[in-house]
Write a protein that binds this ligand. Sequence first.
Ligand SMILES: [Zn+2]
Length: 215
Amino acid sequence: MITDLRLKESNDKKIESFYNKAIKDLDTFYQIKWNENKPNIFLIKSRKDFDILYGYKTEPWVVGTTMGTQNKVYLLAPDVYEKQSNHKYSDREYEALLRHEISHLYSRIFFSEYRPRWLLEGIAIYSSGQLELKKKIIKFSAFLDFFDKGGSGIYEESGWAVLILDKEFGREKLLEFLKSLNGFKNKEEFLKIFRKIYGFDLKYEWFNERIEKYI
Ligand SMILES: [Zn+2]
């Protein structure tokens, strides 16, 4: 069974303040105001509960997930975070994690699918402030592989790639891009939409040329 600790029923003032700040900042990032049916946060007490939720044995680095269609976020609870994962707990990391998962729910408002994965993860990483906790990138060479597949490698480059797109072309373009992806069928079509919105072919080279300027 999943231990049901809905945020609004819990007395954890710290997590509640993380939550309120996340909603405020993500409203700004996505240029919308989320007032009704706001995200519900469930704090999970063990790895086992996570596995039940996923339906398979999860990796030790998995600490949060979303159920997009139901506006739900699931996180390993702070007090079991270190014991039930291979992460070290800090308020800063946990706040960014909460924000990351809630950000996935926001991006769904614009585009309801979960691919290309690098783009969706990249947006969540960038909008959550997790880049401040990450090593700076020296060279892009892998993120485009994460179209349908996931894996821990997705978190290294994708946030930086989205940062560069956002800094170079602005937020409205990024949100327009997300919206225009609805209904795309395959990778070729995705690349076509990318070219149409951003005006260049999606290649590592373009990002690598801008590392020095933005990162
Ligand atoms: Zn994510």
